[in-house]
Design a protein around this ligand. Structure first.
Ligand SMILES: [Zn+2]
Length: 195
């Protein structure tokens, strides 16, 4: 699996492209054009959401015009945010966002495993605190932490639904999960393994 970073125009959030050569998966989904520039004709076959704040989901409807019917993985709270522009905070921007394909939402929870293309196993860890929709995805050598852990930056907990104490517990958990793995956060750069 190759991983490409797309830095989005909105709040410089990251979308990550998990490239399996025949197809690819996304972790979060902002600007679509740079994704298409990287993947060309290779299809996107699924999306994993680290959480459902606006800056991590706003490309989804456009993505579905290109790749209809693919699954979008999130938890129950993420589902609520995807379908509510107030909860996902997009209402406070120029373009309120509501996900138009609720039937494609797949609910996942702490401890679940998602096997991508039968070859790459991702474990799901619930890492609430920044928001209750926060999930961290743990592969063999990679960990996708969203906004639950951005190396060098304090977790943002002052948005609606943020919980400071819980966020600390999630960071502690992520730091353990991240040992010997490369960290792919929701904003900022890739950070090589913690020791
Ligand atoms: Zn966020």
């Amino acid at each position: 699996m190759k991983i490409h970073q797309v830095i989005n125009s909105l709040f410089t959030s990251n979308s990550w492209i998990l490239d399996f050569e025949k197809n690819c998966w996304l972790v979060d989904c902002g600007d679509i054009r740079p994704i298409v520039e990287i993947i060309g004709k290779m299809p996107v076959v699924g999306v994993l959401l680290t959480h459902a704040h606006y800056d991590h989901i706003y490309g989804l409807n456009e993505l579905f015009e290109l790749y209809p019917g693919i699954p979008v993985y999130t938890n129950e709270v993420g589902r609520e945010l995807l379908l509510n522009d107030k909860l996902n905070l997009s209402r406070y921007h120029e373009t309120p966002f509501v996900f138009e394909y609720p039937q494609n939402i797949q609910i996942i929870n702490d401890g679940d495993e998602i096997v991508l293309n039968g070859e790459c196993k991702l474990k799901v860890a619930a890492t609430p605190g920044h928001n209750d929709s926060c999930l961290t995805f743990v592969a063999d050598k990679e960990i996708f932490t969203g906004d639950s852990y951005i190396p060098g930056i304090k977790v943002v907990t002052n948005l609606p639904g943020g919980r400071k104490q819980i966020a600390k517990q999630s960071v502690d958990r992520i730091l353990k999960l991240a040992i010997d793995k490369t960290i792919y956060p929701g904003h900022g750069d890739i950070t090589s393994s913690l020791e």
